[in-house]
Design a protein around this ligand. Structure first.
Ligand code: HEC
Length: 103
């Protein structure tokens, strides 16, 4: 009984998080791990890597950059191709994830 109440609360909690539709740092993290980290690195964006480090950068800056890559107002063969498949949610999520990641 106690368990049912608890899991009920948990499900309600999950639902309310979903309905807010706020950027999800967790979704951002998995996207970053699956796609971005191959180039940008998750934990060790080294200074001599050929790719700009993203950790700890301004959230709005990252979102703007990704939207510019997506609509090709900022040119980069690589990033235009990658950002082309990102939704607005993906962009908010990865931007939030990287902005909060310690550089
Ligand atoms: C195949 C390698 C590669 C992958 C994968 C990749 N990037 Fe990039 N990214 C680059 C390169 C190269 C640049 C520099 C492009 C330029 O000159 O504008 C860049 C630039 C950026 C910038 C601009 C940084 C700045 O300082 O202005 C952002 C933001 C960015 N990437 C985000 C992402 C995100 C988010 C993902 C995952 C969804 C991702 N990238 C995946 C190679 C990659």
């Amino acid at each position: 009984m106690r368990l049912t109440v608890l899991s009920g609360l948990l499900i309600l909690g999950l639902l309310s998080v979903r309905s807010v539709n706020a950027a999800s740092i967790y979704a951002g993290q998995s996207k970053a791990a699956a796609v971005c980290s191959q180039c940008h690195g998750i934990r060790t964006p080294s200074a001599d890597a050929p790719f700009p480090p993203l950790a700890g950068r301004d959230d709005e800056y990252l979102k703007t950059a990704l939207k510019q890559y997506r609509d090709k107002t900022r040119k980069s063969d690589i990033m235009n191709a990658i950002a082309g498949s990102l939704s607005d949610d993906d962009i908010s999520n990865v931007a939030m994830y990287y902005a909060r990641l310690k550089p």
